[in-house]
Design a protein around this ligand. Structure first.
Ligand SMILES: Cc1cc2nc3c(=O)[nH]c(=O)nc-3n(C[C@H](O)[C@H](O)[C@H](O)COP(=O)(O)O)c2cc1C
Length: 198
């Protein structure tokens, strides 16, 4: 087990992934479950939802994305799109992240003074969940990226896996054993990004 700092330093967007994993599917599910349980949320409202897709379910998701984009992307650019989507389909599984808007709206009604904040807090909490899952997958030796084909695919995803109307799709995280290195990454200076007063 790496230190937490090592894990967050090592977490990168890994686009080259394959259909295998260094841990079992049950262990992957357990990691996502623990992240869902322990990720904080405003007022502890716990409105984040996750769906883990393996095998043909994972393949089905990426064919939904591909078919949805086919009617949107200009024909002469589609080969590039197809290549990109295939790189995600090459993975072992995908985690879908949702906000249950029924919960978020309920809290907005209950705490009317902060009504406008709840959808923002819901997104923030979901971002923390996504990041926790990403770090846990990295720590387990998996590579992952975060993708956003919502809202284009929302209806098809809801229909395919019979998900509640109130679940709003926020992100898709394809993952698998890494088969390539992450790209170069530049860092802005901390002097520009941080101020310390002591
Ligand atoms: C809120 C958020 C949205 C992102 N959306 C996408 C996306 O839609 N597609 C993608 O390939 N990467 C996406 N990324 C990944 C970033 O491009 C990436 O994290 C950043 O360039 C730093 O690289 P690293 O992840 O390798 O550290 C997103 C990251 C964040 C935090």
């Amino acid at each position: 087990m790496k230190s937490y700092l090592e894990t967050i330093k090592n977490r990168r967007s890994i686009y080259s992934i394959e259909k295998s994993a260094p841990i079992s599917d049950e262990q992957i599910v357990e990691l996502v479950q623990q992240a869902v349980l322990h990720t904080p949320s405003s007022f502890n409202m716990q409105g984040s939802r996750a769906v883990v897709l393996f095998g043909e379910h994972h393949d089905r998701l990426w064919s939904i994305v591909l078919e949805t984009l086919r009617s949107k992307v200009p024909a002469n650019q589609f080969a590039q799109t197809e290549k990109k989507i295939q790189s995600f389909a090459n993975g072992h599984g995908t985690v879908l992240f949702f906000d249950d808007t029924a919960v978020t709206n309920q809290y907005g009604e209950k705490f009317a003074l902060y009504k406008e904040n709840f959808p923002v807090w819901a997104q923030q909490s979901n971002g923390i969940l996504q990041y926790n899952v990403w770090n846990l997958l990295e720590d387990a030796g998996l590579g992952a990226t975060i993708q956003h084909y919502n809202p284009l695919i929302d209806e098809a995803v809801r229909r395919e896996w019979s998900l509640p109307e109130s679940w709003l799709l926020l992100a898709q995280m394809p993952f698998g054993a890494p088969v390539g290195e992450p790209g170069e990454k530049s860092f802005q200076s901390l002097e520009e990004r941080m101020r310390v007063f002591s």
